[in-house]
Design a protein around this ligand. Structure first.
Ligand SMILES: C[S@@+](CC[C@H](N)C(=O)[O-])C[C@H]1O[C@@H](n2cnc3c(N)ncnc32)[C@H](O)[C@@H]1O
Length: 321
């Protein structure tokens, strides 16, 4: 009996120790997650700085994305997370919209978009949260979002807002995100360089780790789970050609978005070390230029006829329009 008791006591102790170890591990994980969260800054404050860092490339993707959507003229559009107006410009110039509303949480970006695309009877920009869009249910034909889903606190709730905004029975919801894991080369090289000089920051901040929603399978699931039908995805590749390393690096110093936000947090010495590591990691052409590819993944889907028939109902196939 004594032996049994001792075994029971040992088992109980083992269980307790395992429980304590598990709790310690959970606590450490939670602490790591808190540290990672506190290191993350996603500043969106200067339109010109964003344009130099990302807008010049996101504009190329936006134009290709609207070609892929190939919509008819005369639709009412909503651009969520419009930023400085990259996608709104492509819609205004390439899709002959009846109306276009762009919304973004950043007031300076909305101001920049208004200046670039222009306001007026048919086009408007407003400061608003993607999680609570300032539009009536079913009030537009197309709701789009460029490079923004990953920055929403709950992408699924953001997708539900996009769906709510378009008309049932044919309204289109479409978006694209960078392929942070692999295909967005200048960011991939950047975070790989960070990993060599500041591994903890790379673990916490690398957008390839941070943003799971950067692959076509995840986008497809998000759209399907949001109740959309005729869901398709496609890669959009654009060339990002930098005249020289300064043309690539200098926009990282202007603090817009996750990677430049991280650079802004560094001491001058750490920044120089990262600059050197980054310069060594990117391939240079014989003339000193840097010629890389940036891949985005696009997704589109169609809102079914009525919300009541969403579950289990095969939707319209093919085009929304
Ligand atoms: C990478 S930028 C993309 C901007 C633009 N669509 C483009 O393709 O260049 C991400 C944008 O999402 C906006 N954003 C982030 N969270 C948001 C939210 N909850 N509601 C509205 N906009 C948001 C930011 O202000 C920023 O303009």
């Amino acid at each position: 009996m004594d032996g049994e008791n001792t075994k029971d006591t040992r088992n109980a102790e083992n269980t307790k120790n395992a429980g304590n170890a598990g709790k310690a591990e959970n606590a450490a994980n939670a602490e790591n997650a808190r540290n990672a969260e506190s290191m993350r800054t996603d500043p969106w404050e200067s339109g010109p700085a964003y344009e130099r860092y990302m807008g010049r490339w996101s504009r190329l993707v936006a134009a290709r994305f609207t070609e892929w959507l190939a919509p008819p003229e005369g639709l009412s559009w909503l651009d969520v997370g419009c930023g400085t107006g990259a996608l709104s410009t492509a819609v205004a110039e390439g899709c002959r919209p009846r109306t276009l509303l762009g919304v973004d949480r950043s007031e300076p970006f909305v101001r920049a978009a208004t200046l670039t695309v222009g306001g007026g009877a048919r086009t408007a920009f407003a400061v608003a949260d993607a999680m609570a869009l300032p539009v009536r249910d079913a009030s537009c034909d197309v709701a789009v979002s460029g490079l923004t889903l990953n920055f929403l606190p709950e992408p699924a709730a953001g997708a539900a807002e996009l769906v709510r905004a378009v008309r049932p029975g044919g309204g289109t919801v479409a978006a694209y995100v960078w392929d942070y894991g692999d295909g967005m080369a200048f960011l991939r090289h950047f975070w790989d360089a960070v990993a060599t000089v500041d591994p903890a920051a790379a673990v916490a901040l690398d957008e390839g780790r941070r943003f799971a929603l950067c692959r076509p399978e995840r986008l497809h699931s998000l759209w399907t789970e949001a109740g959309l039908t005729a869901v398709t995805t496609a890669p959009i590749d654009v060339r990002t050609v930098f005249a020289d390393f300064a043309d690539l690096w200098d926009p990282f110093l202007a603090g817009q978005g996750p990677a430049p936000g991280y650079v802004a947090s560094l001491t001058p010495g750490d920044r120089d070390r990262l600059r050197t590591a980054y310069a060594e990691s990117v391939p240079h052409e014989p003339d000193g230029s840097i010629d890389l590819t940036a891949r985005a993944w696009a997704v589109r889907g169609v809102r079914r006829t009525s919300p009541a028939r969403w579950t289990g109902q095969a939707g319209r196939s093919g085009r929304a329009w």
